[in-house]
Write a protein that binds this ligand. Structure first.
Ligand code: HEC
Ligand code: HEC
Length: 322
């Protein structure tokens, strides 16, 4: 009897011990899992913030820009609320408004799933099936890595909800006329090149920043791809007129004579908030220098290294026409 009791006690202790062992193992495992999840979400949001603000221009176009400051510095507190006007200045047959991309559930994208947001960003197709005008650079985002795109989504979900109602767009020709051929149907095959291949990596950054869209001349609403990056696209914003620069390596009319150091310093010079404190009058720019300047030095150098490899195009551009 005593033996049996002893046996039972031993077994119960064993069972409890094992139980505790499992419980403690499980709880250890789940709490460390949660920390890993939390950490990886934090990393994703950080990366998404970097891309959305400093590289891919999301926050630039989807917030209110103030052209009384250099380069249309964005108005703090308006991040993601939309409403910026895109019209014939951008070569659009009509008027298109940047949408509210804050997590507001009535005016923003608060009720969209990640997949629905990704489809809008990378294919230009809204939750309701409508097509977005390609001034929203989805043909470029279509080439970005799945990880980068989901990081951007994770970040824009952290924006402060704003119930700004954005007007309906008006187009004089159906948007289908402008719908581009997309390179990729799935993000799975998109890869972000390793930084060790700086030229390829630079091409990835230039694509993610859609530099091409502003820096390529247009004819009949189409980019002249044989003159890609050669500038000369005119932005007449009323208070100032600026032509985009030739950023091909042509040594006379492009940036062929610029060293990597000069290129980096040009961007870094705009990191100083004092550059955006006063109204620059006619010598203003539509290029979001205040945001692009905050790109990592390495990314700016990679952009330079890639731009050295594009076809030099002789195309003299006067940035500020008299
Ligand atoms: C050059 C300006 C520009 C940039 C850069 C830009 N967008 Fe847009 N975006 C727009 C415009 C304009 C629309 C609306 C187009 C239309 O109505 O046809 C839009 C639409 C959207 C929509 C659809 C929302 C809805 O309600 O239909 C989402 C989501 C979006 N953008 C997210 C982003 C993200 C994320 C980025 C950065 C990766 C980004 N945009 C970069 C201009 C821009
Ligand atoms: C919204 C349109 C727009 C976008 C996007 C844009 N640019 Fe520009 N860029 C301009 C305009 C306009 C100018 C001429 C005025 C000025 O110097 O700011 C310019 C000027 C420049 C200059 C100065 C060249 C010179 O001769 O002084 C460089 C370099 C440049 N852009 C590189 C880039 C790169 C790299 C990207 C992508 C990361 C980019 N731009 C994206 C509009 C744009």
């Amino acid at each position: 009897m005593k033996n049996i009791i002893n046996w039972i006690t031993v077994s119960l202790v064993a069972i409890f011990a094992t139980g505790f062992f499992f419980i403690s193992c499980n709880s250890n495992e789940s709490s460390s899992d949660k920390t890993v999840d939390k950490d990886s979400l934090k990393v994703m949001i950080e990366r998404g913030k970097y891309l959305a603000h400093d590289v891919s221009g999301c926050i630039n176009c989807h917030s209110q820009r103030d052209y009384n400051k250099f380069s249309g510095h964005i108005v703090p507190g308006t991040e993601g609320k939309g409403g910026e006007v895109f019209n014939e200045i951008y070569g659009i047959p009509g008027v298109v408004f940047a949408k509210n991309i804050t997590p507001d559930t009535t005016q923003g994208i608060g009720k969209w799933t990640d997949e629905e947001i990704v489809k809008a960003i990378t294919m230009g197709i809204r939750k309701n099936g409508d097509t977005l005008y390609p001034i929203m650079p989805y043909p470029h985002y279509n080439q970005m890595s799945k990880e980068d795109i989901y990081s951007i989504v994770a970040y824009i979900r952290t924006l402060k909800p704003n119930n700004n109602k954005v007007p309906e767009r008006y187009l004089s020709t159906p948007v289908s006329f402008a719908y581009p051929v997309l390179k990729s149907n799935s993000l799975e095959s998109n890869i972000k090149p390793d930084v060790s291949d700086i030229v390829k990596y630079g091409a990835y950054v230039v694509n993610s920043a859609a530099c091409m869209d502003c820096h390529t001349p247009m004819e009949n609403g189409k980019y002249k791809m044989d003159e890609v990056f050669s500038g000369g696209f005119t932005f007449n914003l009323g208070t100032f007129v600026a032509n985009t620069a030739n950023i091909t390596p042509d040594s006379l009319t492009g940036i062929g004579k610029w060293t990597e150091e000069m290129f980096l310093e040009k961007f870094k010079g705009y990191r100083d908030p004092a550059r955006f404190a006063t109204n620059p009058g006619k010598i203003n720019s539509i290029m979001p220098w205040s945001l692009f300047s905050k790109m990592d030095d390495f990314d700016i150098k990679a952009i330079y290294r890639y731009l050295r490899t594009v076809k030099p195009v002789k195309h003299a551009v006067e940035k500020y026409p008299k």
